[in-house]
Structure formats: C-alpha cells, structure tokens
Design a protein around this ligand. Structure first.
Ligand code: PRT
Ligand code: ZN
Length: 286
C-alpha cells in the first residue's frame, strides 16, 4: 500500500481557507466536506485531519498527524518542540499590549505590578521576564478585550490584525510584543519515507509561494537599452531576449518581485519600453 503523510488543518476559522487554498495550489485535491474529520487527497499521498487549531501542536507531537498548519502564536504557546518547516506568511497578526484610555503607557515597565489579561500566558511571561517586568497574567480563553472594562485586568495582551476590536472596546494598542503568521510544523521523528513525502510537498509549496510574490513581465525595448533594462530588472539570472522584426528592437521577458513591480515598470517606461504585458505566475522554481 502507498504510504501517505497526514496533515492537521484547522477545521473552521481564520487559517482554514488559506491553508486549503495553498494545498490546492500544490495540485492536491480533496473532497471539501467540512463535516468530515478526515479526508484523503488525490494528486499526492496526503490525508487530512480537520481539527481545532489549539489541538494541532499536540496532534503533531503525538504523531496523530505528521505535519500541521497553525499560527506561530499557537505553536509557541503550546511549548512543544517540533520542527518548524516553513513560515507560510498568511494569517499574520501581532500580539500587542493594549491599555484603556488614560493609562500612562511608556514601555513594558509601565506594566510592573499590573494584571494583564491574555490567552497567551506563556508568550507574555517570556517577554515580561526578558524585560525584567513582574506582572500578573490573568488567563482567559476568549473575549480578552472586555477584561479591563469588567475590572479583572489593568491591561491586556491580545492578537491584533486591524485594530478594530481594540478600538471598539475603548482600548489603545500600546506596543506590539510579538509577531505571528501561519507556519507548517512537523513531527521531528518522521521516518525516511514520510520525510521524503514532506520534502516533495515543501518543494511544491515553495514553488507556489515563490510565484505568489512575483509577476512575469514582457515588453519591447530598443536594443541599445538592454543592459540598462537588465540592471533595472535584476533578480533572475538573466532575462530572455528575442529579436523583433523591427530592426533595433527586442522583446524581453523576466520575473519581477511584486514589491518592486511599480518601480521597475516606471524605469522601464523611462528607458523606452513599449507594450508592457504583466502576468501572474502560477508556479515557479529558482
Ligand atoms: O475554533 P478554533 O480553536 O480552531 O479557532 P480559534 O477561534 O482559536 O482561532 P481563529 O480562527 O480565530 O484564529 C486562528 C489563528 O489566526 C490565530 O491563532 C492567529 O494565528 C491567526 N490570526 C490572525 C488571528 C487574527 N489574525 C485575529 N485578528 N487570530 C485572532 N484574531 C482575533 C483577536 O484575538 C481579536 O479578538 O481577532 C480580534 C482582533 O482582530 P482586529 O482585526 O479587530 O484587530
Ligand atoms: Zn483555537
């Protein structure tokens, strides 16, 4: 029988959709019936376990699942020592100290002797200790943002993405103390066969993630501007250059980092580039 590798994915929540999108983009298909706890994929020997995100580090540690996708916050809070094999970049958020209006916050020292409500006592305590601050964590599993109002805490340490929740509860974000995004974790004791499957899966994930950060551009350029254009594009080993029927003109193709795209675009225009065509890249390797 063919060996499979199993992955624990959040059943429903902020990580679910993007986790499954990434896996699908790797050419792996599965029945997306969210009522089932387990599913088997086609296109890759992978099986799924759909669970609550809090349970993912434990399942991976116990070998119930071989790998998992979870927020770095959840993993660090679990205190488990697993292999963090990739930072997947999505579901990014920050753990921030937030205080009620009128709280005179001037750094972590302001929290000395205070009660701080959080769902992440381990991460919070580590940071407070590193900064020589002694405060009392008040551990709550949800609705951290109401604890100050109801009088059980003086400040909070909670996950923030847009900041709306804090504002709506009369709190101000005072300081970001930790950053998180989705990571892939793996059991450190996978056998050789499973490790080989993980390597294959990671190769696909890398190709998808790399492509997501790049655009493919094609343009026509006066041949005598080629060196300058190549310097502007940078990145890839060398652009592909094809002669055009029009003498003195060439067609150039290359991948460009999305973050640099507009700067590159404007400089190419200034060099006389014409007919610039931009495309999304589906998959890519170095
Ligand atoms: O049911 P299950 O236990 O599986 O899910 P869950 O409710 O515990 O987790 P879920 O789905 O809410 O979040 C899963 C992971 O998403 C977290 O562990 C983080 O890694 C990540 N993530 C990213 C977030 C946020 N952004 C986020 N904004 N997790 C929670 N929040 C909450 C935050 O706690 C606060 O209540 O959203 C609120 C703040 O949002 P803003 O946009 O108002 O700032
Ligand atoms: Zn959870």
């Amino acid at each position: 029988m063919e060996r499979t590798i199993s992955i624990a994915v959040q059943k429903s929540g902020r990580l679910s959709e993007k986790s499954l999108d990434l896996i699908k983009a790797c050419g792996i298909d599965f029945s997306a019936d969210s009522r089932v706890l387990k599913a088997t994929a086609s296109g890759f020997p992978l099986s799924f376990l759909f669970v609550r995100d809090d349970d993912i580090p434990q399942y991976v540690a116990d070998g119930v699942a071989d790998i998992g996708i979870v927020g770095r916050n959840e993993y660090d809070e679990s205190g488990m020592e697993l292999d963090v094999v990739r930072d997947l970049g999505f579901a990014s958020c920050r753990l921030s100290i937030a205080v009620p209006r009128g709280f005179d916050y001037h750094g972590l020292k302001s929290l000395e002797g205070k009660r701080i409500a959080t769902s992440y006592p381990r991460i919070l305590s580590r940071i407070l200790t590193e900064n020589n601050v002694s405060a009392t964590p008040v551990v709550v599993s949800g609705s951290v943002e109401i604890t100050v109002d109801v009088g059980i805490a003086d400040a909070i340490a909670d996950l923030v993405s847009t900041g709306t929740t804090l504002k709506m509860n009369g709190l101000e974000e005072a300081e970001c103390i930790y950053r998180s995004s989705a990571i892939m974790i793996a059991n450190p004791d996978l056998d050789d066969e499973k490790r080989a499957l993980l390597t294959r899966l990671l190769e696909r994930i890398d190709a998808v993630m790399m492509a997501r950060h790049k655009k493919y551009i094609l343009f026509n350029l006066p041949e005598d501007k080629l060196d300058e254009a190549a310097a502007v594009i940078g990145g890839m080993k060398s652009p592909t250059v094809t002669p055009l029927m029009d003498k003195g003109w060439v067609s150039v193709q290359s991948a460009v980092d999305e973050s640099r795209f507009w700067a590159v675009f404007e400089r190419l225009r200034a060099l006389g580039a014409e007919g610039i065509l931009v495309m999304n890249i589906e998959k890519m390797t170095e």
